[in-house]
Design a protein around this ligand. Structure first.
Ligand SMILES: N[C@@H](CCC(=O)N[C@@H](CS)C(=O)NCC(=O)O)C(=O)O
Length: 225
């Protein structure tokens, strides 16, 4: 495929972010960039039509995953790796991704939890709805998501934010996965800390203009189908 991807908000020197508004990891990467006041050039990729298989992206990232960031001659992918890179490269300090090994270890653990539990459960929930013509979420997927909510509730008994007393990239990454999961399988009163946490996340700068805004795209997508 040789179709050129569309570039939006173009700035000559800013990093390029291969992006989709239906991709929670892409929302996380954008939220991290915005939190750092960093301008990125968005290249919108339609994941529903597998536009991620275009030559453009394959040359940069053979794994062809969204998000992918290209900063001059440096390319990096996986939202969590992008988040850590952006803080190291453009952050004024290490608040969002601490250098202290124990604090960083805690953040890294939550980022892996996002990959292993939140995103993978989101994938198994959404994939059948988007690509296999299913109209209902299967019981097994629902149970696994609810189990993930309970684990998050346990995390939040230890600290106000997912990896400590202040916001880190763990919150910026996990909250976008959780918000889409919550849209599909609502968080219940039985996990009050998680409900309260998501309320606080919704007050974070850029949560509204990145994640909340895109939840509307999700609603439109599912309403139209
Ligand atoms: N762990 C990755 C997951 C990325 C991912 O799987 N993104 C999906 C879109 S939400 C994608 O690119 N799918 C296309 C593909 O896997 O080829 C991350 O955090 O960036």
């Amino acid at each position: 495929m040789s179709k050129k991807l569309v570039t939006q908000l173009y700035s000559k020197t800013a990093p390029i972010l291969y992006y989709s508004n239906l991709s929670p990891p892409a929302l996380s990467a954008l939220m991290v960039a915005k939190t750092l006041n960093l301008t990125v050039n968005l290249k919108n990729v339609n994941i529903l039509t597998k536009e991620y298989l275009t030559e453009d992206l394959l040359q940069v990232n053979p794994q062809h995953t969204i998000p992918t960031l290209v900063d001059a001659n440096y390319a990096i992918w996986d939202s969590h790796a992008i988040a850590g890179y952006l803080v190291g490269q453009y952050g004024e300090d290490d608040t969002l991704y601490p250098m202290d090994p124990k604090k960083r270890g805690r953040v890294d653990q939550r980022l892996h939890f996002d990959t292993e539990h939140l995103f993978s459960r989101l994938h198994e929930t959404v994939y059948p709805l988007l690509f296999r013509g299913k109209s209902e979420i299967c019981k097994f997927a629902r149970k696994r998501v609810e189990r993930a909510y309970m684990i998050l509730e346990e995390f939040l008994k230890k600290s106000e934010w997912l990896a400590g007393d202040n916001v880190t990239i763990a919150d910026l990454c996990c909250s976008s996965s959780i918000s889409i999961l919550d849209y599909l399988i609502p968080i219940r009163e039985s996990t009050p800390r998680l409900l309260n946490y998501m309320q606080r996340c919704s007050d974070l700068p850029h949560y509204q203009d990145v994640v909340q805004k895109e939840l509307i795209s999700w609603e439109i997508k599912f309403r139209n189908d």
